[in-house]
Design a protein around this ligand. Structure first.
Ligand SMILES: Cc1cc2nc3c(=O)[nH]c(=O)nc-3n(C[C@H](O)[C@H](O)[C@H](O)COP(=O)(O)O)c2cc1C
Length: 198
């Protein structure tokens, strides 16, 4: 039986708003409760990358019964406390600034505090880092998180599955997130490597 409570979804200001939208859509389609927290810079990136404005997607999600959204400065939100039950947390996409803060225990906004709580309570925490190229400090911070049990899940395409476009890549990454959160035991068949195609 999966743990009670919502999946906390953090959206930070890295490129990849499509990944964030599909992660939340997938969780809500499955009736998994979602507690969303989005950084200010994530909203700027969303504006650059998405046709659907953030305010509209927020209204759409808010119509579903299991969705709650918190402001980035709302430090009194339940997800800021280790006593509040949550199933797990994913930050998608995850900026290098947010990775650095998580790795150093800087819980200076609600997204970072929720991640810090996940770490101290030894709960499932998934980060989907997006930056290229990576310098040594980026890599060190990700190694620090991996050593603390965090799943570091870069949004890499599975080229061997011959993705036909961005939708295939996003679908693959979000399926990987579902497995990393413990919501699925395995990837759907379309994202499994089934051997040589010839
Ligand atoms: C359009 C745009 C794209 C960005 N893409 C990335 C990115 O892919 N990775 C990254 O680490 N930062 C990226 N940044 C920079 C972050 O938004 C910036 O470092 C910010 O302070 C991160 O804060 P946050 O983690 O609290 O959202 C981008 C910024 C903009 C405006």
């Amino acid at each position: 039986m999966s743990a009670p409570g919502p999946v906390v979804v953090g959206i930070s200001g890295a490129s990849g708003s499509l990944l964030a939208r599909q992660t939340v859509d997938t969780l809500l389609d499955r009736d998994v409760p979602v507690a969303l927290v989005c950084s200010n810079d994530a909203k700027l990136v969303w504006q650059e990358e998405m046709d659907e404005p953030f305010s509209e997607v927020l209204s759409r999600w808010s119509e579903t019964p299991h969705f709650t959204s918190y402001g980035i400065g709302e430090m009194k939100a339940p997800i800021a406390s280790g006593t509040h039950p949550v199933r797990g947390m994913v930050t998608v996409p995850c900026s290098m600034a947010t990775i650095a803060a998580m790795a150093r225990g800087l819980a200076t906004n609600l997204l970072l505090r929720a991640a810090d709580v996940s770490l101290k309570e030894k709960r499932r925490l998934v980060v989907v880092p997006r930056e290229t190229p990576l310098h040594a400090v980026h890599l060190e911070n990700m190694l620090t998180l991996a050593r603390m049990g965090v799943t570091v899940l870069p949004p890499e395409p599975a080229f061997y599955l011959r993705p036909r476009g961005v939708d295939d890549i996003v679908g693959f990454v979000v399926s990987r997130i579902m497995v990393a959160l413990g919501l699925d035991d395995s990837l759907p068949r379309e994202y499994q490597y089934l051997g040589p195609s010839s």
